[in-house]
Design a protein around this ligand. Structure first.
Ligand code: GLV
Ligand code: MN
Ligand code: MN
Ligand code: MN
Length: 396
């Protein structure tokens, strides 16, 4: 809690509430400096890989390391725990292990992944996707933020060479096993009455951009019958998203971001961009939900004299975490519940390449991606103790 308190003032967002900390922005760079200092204070040696992920090594860096960590960026107006709790707990776990005289028998690192939320450049888990090759460097370099700053410009400003972005076989080889601790983003552990659990799976999920074009015109002078208003189509897309996801067991669909162009109260927009976040248990269900929403969008757009283009901005199939590792982790903790995750994580990207596990810490509000996200100090401590035990077992 002291470590979280250390960074509590960094990146607060008075307008939205909570925190807005985004990949390679001033605030995230300040958090990276804080992490580098905290790691340095513990005698860990910090390096930044070619994709902007930070690695703090306990001892000599090497292949097949036991790696733990998370991210420091947030969604716009996010909570204090999603990301930072995993980073802080990793550093605290090092302290716990040190205090009991443990010396890792394997290379050991704490990692901070860059732009996990995609809150700035639109693609979640950008740092781990680049590292593993889940996004092509040229596609990543074309990404830009809402001010038109490209990823290339942002990483250059952060001291990285944009031409170095991309798959990093060396960094990947160094990860023998990855364990990410995270605040739970639902009420699973609250309902079970236990402070710590493990993750079993992550829903298939992705992001789609709907670009709807109509005719910009005057809000007062244009008769209702004469309009080609893309906002009317956008409204129907939002309703179609709810309808489609409600009709598929376990599916979720959200429109959390919508931008009318030009965006004036007395202006019928000429175009509207909106972003759909869709998730379900498997690829087929997720694709079916998106197909239904896309079909509804095309149909409504045609009726309204508008047009719509749908493009997939990122996608990942269902992740099932390594069952052997999960059983081992749960065993070390004396048997804890396994929970599915509706949220995506860097651990989900890495799970396709190395054995990966996640620990969840109870969140009494059950709320996440919002300022109300929370974890009690005692539960955070239980998370650190659990993480330390797991790392000790894996690194002995
Ligand atoms: C990441 O937090 C996501 O699932 O959106
Ligand atoms: Mn998140
Ligand atoms: Mn997270
Ligand atoms: Mn006027």
């Amino acid at each position: 809690m002291t470590s979280l308190a250390d960074i509590a003032g960094v990146g607060t967002d008075p307008r939205r509430g909570g925190y807005s900390r985004h990949g390679f922005d001033r605030v995230e760079l300040e958090l990276r400096t804080w992490f580098t200092e905290e790691a340095g204070r513990r005698g860990l040696s910090v390096e930044c890989d070619r994709n902007g992920n930070l690695w703090a090594w306990w001892g000599v860096p090497g292949d097949g390391a036991v790696v733990t960590g998370s991210h420091l960026d947030s969604v716009p107006g996010g909570g204090a725990f999603d990301g930072p709790l995993g980073v802080v707990s990793a550093l605290e776990a090092v302290d716990v292990l040190r205090a009991k005289g443990f010396v890792p028998g394997k290379p050991f690192a704490v990692v901070v992944f860059a732009e996990e939320e995609g809150g700035r450049f639109g693609v979640a888990c950008l740092g781990s996707r680049l590292l593993t090759g889940a996004i092509a460097p040229d596609a990543a370099l074309r990404l830009s933020d809402s001010d038109g700053v490209t990823l290339a410009e942002a990483v250059r400003a952060a001291g990285l060479d944009p031409s170095g972005l991309g798959p990093d076989a060396e960094a990947l080889r160094r990860i023998g096993v990855f364990v990410e601790l995270h605040v739970e983003q639902g009420r699973g552990l609250v309902d079970l009455g236990v402070p710590v659990g493990v993750a079993s799976s992550i829903l298939a999920h992705g992001r789609w951009r709907f670009s709807i074009s109509g005719e910009g015109n005057h809000a007062g002078a244009t008769l209702m019958v004469d309009r080609r208003d893309p906002m009317v189509t956008a409204a129907q897309v939002v309703l179609a998203a709810r309808r489609a996801a409600t009709s598929v067991e376990g599916a979720r669909a959200t429109v959390g971001r919508l931008i009318p162009n030009p965006g004036g109260t007395n202006v019928i927009p000429s175009s509207v961009d909106l972003w759909l976040d869709a998730r379900a248990d498997d690829d087929a269900r997720t694709r079916a939900v998106v197909a239904e929403i896309s079909a509804a969008a095309s149909e409504v757009a045609a009726e309204e004299g508008c047009s719509v283009a749908v493009s997939e901005e990122s996608y990942g199939d269902t992740v099932v975490f390594d069952a052997g590792l999960r059983d081992r982790v749960s065993g070390v903790l004396g048997g804890v519940p396994a929970l599915p995750s509706g949220a995506g994580h860097d651990a989900g990207i890495l799970a396709g390449h190395v054995p990966t596990a996640m620990l969840f810490v109870r969140n009494p509000t059950g709320v996440s991606h919002a300022p109300e996200e929370f974890a009690e100090a005692d539960d955070c401590a239980a998370g650190v103790v659990a993480l330390a035990s797991v790392l000790e077992e894996l690194a002995r």
